[in-house]
Structure formats: structure tokens, C-alpha cells
Design a protein around this ligand. Structure first.
Ligand SMILES: NC(=O)c1ccc[n+]([C@@H]2O[C@H](COP(=O)([O-])OP(=O)(O)OC[C@H]3O[C@@H](n4cnc5c(N)ncnc54)[C@H](O)[C@@H]3O)[C@@H](O)[C@H]2O)c1
Length: 271
């Protein structure tokens, strides 16, 4: 193993949901480009996607609007890759939807179905489309963005979202076991709360800012929200040859959130 093992030169990475400036997919796409990869990016937000494409410059080999919950659009995305001669080495599944917070007994069926369609079925459709090319190469890395919400319970109306993230974690394990012998690794990154534009939009709500935010920070032993850039190093590592034996891992990138007992006291000496 050398430091060069972290280099992604010569690899083609598809990052789905890369169109939100200040979002995780955008940060990972730019980080992969700095690590030497060429990028295929997609999003439902055509304008955002175009902005990311222009920031990537020559590293962007394909940018295409795609709703990952729609099988025909995912197939068209991969057909466009094939037509361009891009065989995907790395797939990063990022998008999510979370239409509204609802206690379990009030979740609208339509919300539940939409969350599963994007947050779970979309990840499955992209993985299913990427795997044949990876099998042909005998190598590939799939990285799913999970959440601390899928590994422990958040409450506060996150029920359906949390269930989708738990499904993503199990999808990751199953992919790892199914394809590990054939050169494809699957891992997940489990962030805690990240200071994305979506998260920041909640801060204008006093109930969130003064009630929920302090509780979130109490649960983050590093006493700060995560930043999208905090996801980049772990995403490069998991995609790279440095992680050649890392398969089926659910990697918390959460400042210690999942490590801490709910009754724990970060740095507190008081009894
Ligand atoms: N932000 C947080 O606090 C936080 C915490 C834990 C986990 N996560 C996870 O991190 C990931 C990224 O979150 P983010 O906050 O950066 O999101 P974001 O909203 O900033 O970016 C998500 C992108 O996905 C795109 N998208 C939405 N639906 C799509 C679809 N059907 N097809 C294609 N693209 C679609 C959006 O247009 C957007 O560009 C998500 O999986 C989320 O669950 C976020």
C-alpha cells in the first residue's frame, strides 16, 4: 500500500445527486475530480447539474438529468455512458427525499412510497445498472450514502426516512456479500447532521433552531455539525485501492454520534 493507492486516476465515477451546490454529491464529485477521477454526474435539477458540470471542467465526461427512481431514466443514463465508452468503476448513490416530518401513525402513504422510490429503489436501480459493467471488469466500488438515522432512532417525525436509510444499509451488506468474490466492493457512509443548504433552511424555524439544534449538537461529541467536505475523504478512501479489503462496511462519518451512549456526556467530568 502506498499513498498512491488513494489516487483515483484512470477511474470513472458516477455520482448521482451531484447537482446541489453545498450538498454531499456535489462535494464528492469535486473531491473525486481532485483525486484524479473522471465523472459521470446526474440529478433531477438540470440547472444545478450544469453548474456542477462546469465546475468539474474537463473531469466531467457526462452530465445528464435523471430521476433515479425511474427505471427507464436510469437505463437511459447508463446507455448514454456506454455510448460514450464510459465504463463505471465507482458508483456513489447520494439522492434522498424527505417531504415532511410525520409521526408514524400520520405518515401519508404517498410520502412513504416516494421516499422508498428515491431513497431505496433509486439506489437499487443504479446499482443494478452498474454491476454488469463492473463484473465485466472484475472490479468496482459502490458507495451508498446512508445515515445515522438508519442505525439508531431519531424520533421527531423521521420514521419513514429512517426506515429508508436502514434499507440502504442492508442493501449495502447484501451487495457486498453477493459480489465480493467477483471484485465489487459495496460500502456505506453514515453521516450525522450535515450543514447543507437543506439543513440550513430549517434554521429559520425558531422551534428547530432553539429546540432541535441544541439537542443535535449535544449528540455530536465534536460539538459541530458535519460539513459536506467531511464526506469527501471517506468517499475517496472507500472508492480507492487503499480500501481493497474494505467491503460491507457501514462507516459512520458522524463526529462520534453513533459511538456515544444517549446518556453520555462528551468531555464532561461531572458525575
Ligand atoms: N444533510 C444531512 O444532514 C444528512 C444527514 C445524514 C445523511 N444524509 C444523507 O446524505 C445524502 C445527501 O444529502 P444532502 O443533504 O447533501 O442532499 P442535497 O439535497 O443537498 O442533495 C441531494 C441531491 O439529490 C437530488 N435528487 C433528489 N431526488 C432525486 C432523484 N429522484 N433523482 C436524482 N437526483 C435527485 C437533489 O436535486 C439534490 O441535488 C442523502 O442520502 C441524505 O440522506 C444527509
Amino acid at each position: 500500500m502506498t499513498v498512491g493507492s488513494f489516487d483515483l486516476s484512470g477511474k470513472v465515477a458516477m455520482v448521482t445527486g451531484a447537482g446541489a451546490n453545498g450538498g454531499v454529491g456535489h462535494a464528492i464529485a469535486l473531491g473525486y475530480a481532485r483525486a484524479g477521477a473522471r465523472l459521470v454526474i446526474c440529478d433531477i435539477d438540470a440547472d444545478g447539474l450544469e453548474r456542477t458540470r462546469s465546475e468539474l471542467g474537463a473531469a466531467a465526461v457526462l452530465a445528464r438529468r435523471c430521476d433515479i427512481s425511474q427505471g427507464d431514466q436510469v437505463e437511459a443514463l447508463f446507455a448514454a455512458c456506454n455510448a460514450d465508452g464510459c465504463a463505471i468503476d465507482i458508483l456513489v448513490n447520494v439522492p434522498f427525499v424527505f417531504p415532511r416530518r410525520s409521526p408514524p401513525h400520520e405518515v401519508a402513504l404517498g410520502d412513504w412510497e416516494r421516499m422508498f422510490a428515491v431513497n431505496v429503489t433509486g439506489y437499487f436501480l443504479c446499482a443494478r445498472a452498474a454491476i454488469p459493467g463492473m463484473l465485466a471488469k472484475g472490479a468496482g466500488a459502490i458507495i451508498n450514502i446512508g445515515s445515522n438515522a438508519g442505525a439508531s432512532a431519531l424520533g421527531r417525525g423521521a420514521f419513514a426516512y429512517s426506515c429508508t436509510k436502514a434499507a440502504v444499509h442492508q442493501m449495502t451488506r447484501e451487495l457486498a456479500i453477493e459480489y465480493g468474490r467477483r471484485g465489487i466492493r459495496a460500502n456505506a457512509i453514515l453521516p450525522a447532521q450535515i450543514r447543507t443548504p437543506g439543513f440550513e433552511s430549517h434554521l429559520s424555524n425558531p422551534a428547530f433552531r432553539d429546540g432541535v439544534l441544541p439537542r443535535i449538537l449535544e449528540g455530536l461529541p465534536m460539538n459541530r455539525l458535519l460539513e459536506p467536505d467531511d464526506m469527501v475523504g471517506p468517499a475517496i478512501f472507500l472508492a480507492s485501492d487503499a480500501a481493497a479489503a474494505v467491503n460491507g462496511v457501514l462507516l459512520p462519518v458522524d463526529g462520534g454520534n453513533l459511538a456515544m451512549n444517549a446518556g453520555g456526556s462528551p468531555g464532561g467530568a461531572a458525575a
